[in-house]
Ligand binder design. Structure first.
Ligand code: C2O
Ligand code: CU
Length: 476
């Protein structure tokens, strides 16, 4: 069984949740209590987890053991849950034999907790620990993943879901997590390691797999109540493959949140998710629900089956009409940052600047594995894209002048975008990752309200590694 709901997705031993009472044993917490008596209510305000990254065996199909790199031996990693405005603490230990970090994707985080090695923290070396601790001010569907050599570490399984809950949400049996991944497996179900780092993949659409899993399983059965509304939180954890899902047997499927942020409910033409994106979907009545289908290749594949169960068929009055994390900003005096994306196979980039010198793309590809550029420069953590001041309204004016789609992600902020991802009609939504088609131009508009050095990169992780990334600086 591969049902992953907050109810059944239990954490392994040693991954306890600390209650507020335990926290208050510490003297620092007592001071907080004395200073802000109004902030503490009867609900918990602190959640603690531990994560260990380690080589582990996993079964996609209940028979063969596949060697992966996992958090707490789980695929996906354990569900991390908190309530809105909690302080989340994750004690992390690296038991891999290479350095790593954890990035909390979609959390408008403290910069020093953002988990980008050599930019926001030193990488966590093998055997070392690092404690991530940060407040979660937004409720929604997020995730966490390795951010060092992510093209390899995420491909090997280092990621998991993170849900921040809002008081008054749906009960656990109606709130269902669907984590999709695309694995490159050999016939013996071991990871195809030979193609990790393959330049052909890096210059094309990234490393695509051949085996789709939902919640770490092939074709799992997902329990749902026998009738009434359900909420599906769908996450694309694939390195490079965009998915298009369909849910058979249902007449009304609405999108209610994009990348965690609530949006006015709408009926999509397709449930599309680029790598790293999330959508929350509301199905008003699940009494005729069938299968979860994936259709991005033009053919419909059943990827999971829903099974209705008659227990606990309680219907409540749940509030699902959240507001976006923040309103569309005023564009008067906005700072415009032009980002011209070039490179890759069948592209128009002949040469680019890398570490101060302009070199032919062919040479950069062969000697440096660099293939993509922003504004004529191969990207990386040292490429500064913009200097912003706190409070600025910023427009990233992005032009995908390549032959490939790209899933563009901004750290530390959500941005507004006129999205054509769900239908040909434009829809202005708030997200942290935008799937851009070849030739597309888009304005990503955000309030620079979070100080620090923030990465902006393609979440097709091979593209990121091959130069499609840079830094936006927000100074106080
Ligand atoms: Cu989910 Cu920089 O990434
Ligand atoms: Cu890309």
């Amino acid at each position: 069984m591969a049902v992953v709901s907050s109810e059944t997705y239990s954490l392994p031993k040693g991954t306890g949740v600390t209650s507020r009472r335990e926290l208050l044993k510490g003297s620092a917490a007592t001071v907080v209590l004395a200073l802000s008596p109004l902030k503490l209510t009867s609900r918990e305000t602190s959640k603690s987890y531990s994560l260990i990254a380690k080589q582990s065996a996993h079964t996609f199909d209940e028979t063969v053991k596949t060697n992966l790199w996992l958090y707490n031996r789980m695929c996906p990693g354990p569900l991390i849950e908190a309530n809105q405005n909690d302080l989340l603490t994750v004690k992390f230990k690296n038991e891999l034999d290479q350095p790593t970090t954890i990035h909390w994707h979609g959390i408008r985080n403290l910069n020093r907790m953002d988990g980008v090695p050599d930019l926001t923290q030193p990488a966590v070396e093998p055997g070392e620990t690092f404690v991530y601790t940060f407040p979660v001010k937004d409720a929604g569907t997020f995730w966490y993943h390795a951010h060092n050599k992510s093209w390899e570490q995420v491909a090997r399984g280092l990621y998991g879901p993170l849900i921040v809950r809002l008081a008054g949400g749906m009960p656990a049996n109606r709130d269902i997590l669907i984590v999709a991944d695309d694995w490159a497996l050999k016939n013996d179900l071991q990871l195809q390691e030979k193609t990790l780092g393959d330049l052909g993949d890096w210059s094309h659409g990234g490393r695509l797999g051949n085996s789709l899993t939902i919640n770490g399983k092939f074709l799992p059965t997902i329990k749902v109540p026998s009738s009434g509304p359900i909420r599906l939180r769908i996450l694309n954890a694939a390195n490079a493959r965009p998915f298009i899902f369909q849910i058979s047997g249902t007449s009304e499927v609405k999108i209610i949140a994009t990348d965690g942020s609530p949006c006015p409910q709408f009926v999509p033409e397709k449930i599309a998710l680029g790598p790293a994106q999330r959508v929350d979907v509301l199905i008003n009545d699940c009494s005729t629900i069938g299968d979860l289908l994936e259709t991005s290749t033009g053919q419909a594949y059943v990827t999971a089956k829903f099974r209705r169960e008659s227990d606990r068929n309680d219907i409540g009055n749940w509030d699902l009409s959240g507001k976006p994390f923040y309103e569309f900003p005023k564009l008067k005096e906005a700072k415009v940052v032009a980002i011209h994306m070039q490179g890759g196979a069948m592209g128009n980039l002949g040469s680019a600047e890398f570490e101060g010198a302009v070199r032919p793309l062919r040479d950069l590809a062969m000697k440096e594995s660099k293939l993509w550029a922003f504004n004529g420069k191969i990207g990386g953590y040292s490429l500064n894209l913009a200097d912003c001041s706190i409070g600025d309204t910023v427009i990233l004016r992005v032009w995908n002048d390549t032959a490939w789609p790209h899933s563009m992600h901004l750290h530390g902020h959500h941005f507004w975008v006129k999205s054509t991802e769900f239908s040909s009609t434009e829809r202005t939504i708030l997200r942290d990752t935008y799937l851009m088609q070849p030739g597309e131009r888009a304005d990503l508009v955000f309030n620079a309200d979070n100080p620090g050095l923030w990465l902006f990169h393609c979440h097709m992780l091979e593209h990121h590694a091959a130069g499609m990334g840079g830094v936006i600086s927000v100074q106080t």
